[in-house]
Design a protein around this ligand. Structure first.
Ligand code: NAD
Ligand code: WQD
Length: 345
């Protein structure tokens, strides 16, 4: 019998790609999502790619009673990947309590549900945002966590702390926190991808929406950083590589290979690219021009960050394999598919 994985937030951007990789690796997936930031049609995309429609139950993980009922109904969950969270940095500054409630209450409910229903394995979505501007680069998992620049970032720090405390009090529970750097791109088929609601905050969706004519121009937030071309540097990794890392983390847990019941891994490529390099690589790889203007820095942005991925390479046996150009081409393919089939520019 296939092992069943609960994927919370599974109709979202990273969750949908991970669902595909889990199915392709022989797992059964059941998704819980309240569709607050995703669409049900994602399930069709997953089915088109894998030939299998994952299980889906719609509810808000903050609804404790509903969640407990779910655990009663679904008795054979082997492990959980917990993606569900609100993730807009800007919105979190405007509505901090929405973020503290949604991201923390859902995690507390989930852990309590696990403890009460003997589900012992969880992979948690964390973020490189916990490092702030690191003192040394590339940044490894041992680098200090810096004061959060936003309520969103703070929810990730608090979540990690909470998990650490719970896991040191409960040796049955096992968790792996994955600190993602900047996930970009889409499935190579172009049938699932990132679909930000409203105006995108993140760079690559803004690039593809500008390229397709939905936005008049991209703003490059600052070219006065201490970087070779003056624009800020990030570690952009292909979402399919990221999805595969989740399968590796699940396998590690289920094979009993964890060295500690709480582990943390960076997930990135180990290489940084500037905003201008992203634009130029996109233009070269797709042949489509992106109109942009230079503006002031965006408040709260760090100058440069990229990952030391040694630990994930060694312990998970995982490497980010795709090139930046491949990731950008896939993002462009998805943007065109999405506008044609779902949302017109
Ligand atoms: P996403 O918004 O596309 O997916 C999250 C999904 O969770 C959505 O489908 C949303 O409807 C659902 N959801 C939110 N709150 C819920 C709740 N209370 N109950 C049930 N469902 C709920 O985001 P994503 O980019 O796929 O991110 C997934 C996870 O990875 C998040 O935890 C995010 O903070 C983290 N992360 C994302 C990035 C990034 O750049 N995308 C980087 C680092 C970490
Ligand atoms: C990348 C670079 C911008 C948009 C955020 C969160 C972080 C994590 C990933 C979840 C920066 C520049 C962007 C634009 C631009 N999410 N930019 N014009 O800021 O590294 O990280 O998403 O955990 O927590 O903070 O990603 O894609 O927003 O920006 O010039 O229109 O692109 O200034 O240098 P960021 P991003």
């Amino acid at each position: 019998m296939k092992k069943k994985i609960l994927v919370t937030g599974g109709t979202g951007y990273i969750g949908s790609h991970t669902t595909v990789e889990l199915i392709n690796s022989g797992y059964e997936v059941i998704i819980v999502d309240d569709l607050s930031n995703s669409e049900l049609s994602v399930l069709d995309g997953i089915e088109k790619i894998t030939g299998i429609k994952p299980g889906f139950v719609k509810f808000d993980l903050c609804d404790r009673e509903r969640l407990m009922q779910f655990f009663e109904d679904e008795k054979n969950i082997t492990a959980i990947i917990h993606f569900a969270a609100s993730k807009s940095v800007g919105e979190s500054v405007q509505k901090p309590l929405k973020y503290y409630r949604n991201n923390l209450v859902s995690l507390i409910n989930l852990i309590e549900g696990m403890q009460q229903h003997n589900v012992t394995r969880m992979v948690f979505s964390s973020s490189c945002t916990v490092y702030g501007q690191p003192d040394t680069l590339p940044v490894s998992e041992n680098a200090p966590v810096k004061p959060a620049a936003s309520p969103y970032g703070n929810t990730k720090q608090i979540s990690e702390e909470m998990l650490q405390d719970v896991l040191s009090s409960d040796e049955i529970l096992h968790c792996i926190s994955l600190r993602y750097f900047n996930p970009i791109g889409a499935h190579p088929t172009g049938w699932i991808g990132e679909h930000p609601m409203g105006k995108p905050e993140n760079l690559v969706p803004y690039v593809t929406q500008t390229a397709i004519g939905l936005r008049s121009h991209l703003r490059v937030f600052g070219i006065d950083y201490h970087t070779p071309d003056g624009s800020a540097i990030r570690d952009y990794l292909h979402v399919v590589d990221l999805a595969k890392a989740h399968v590796a983390a699940i396998n590690r847990m289920l094979e009993g290979k964890q060295k500690d019941n709480y582990e943390v891994f960076n997930l990135g490529t180990g290489k940084g690219y500037s905003v201008l390099e992203i634009i130029h690589t996109f233009e070269e790889a797709t042949g489509v021009k992106v109109k942009y203007v230079i503006t002031d820095r965006r408040p709260g942005d760090v100058e440069k960050v990229w990952a030391d991925t040694t630990k994930a390479n060694r312990e998970l046996g995982w490497y980010a394999k795709s090139s930046l150009a491949e990731a950008l081409v896939s993002a462009w393919k998805w943007e065109q598919y999405y506008r044609k089939n779902y949302r017109k520019p």
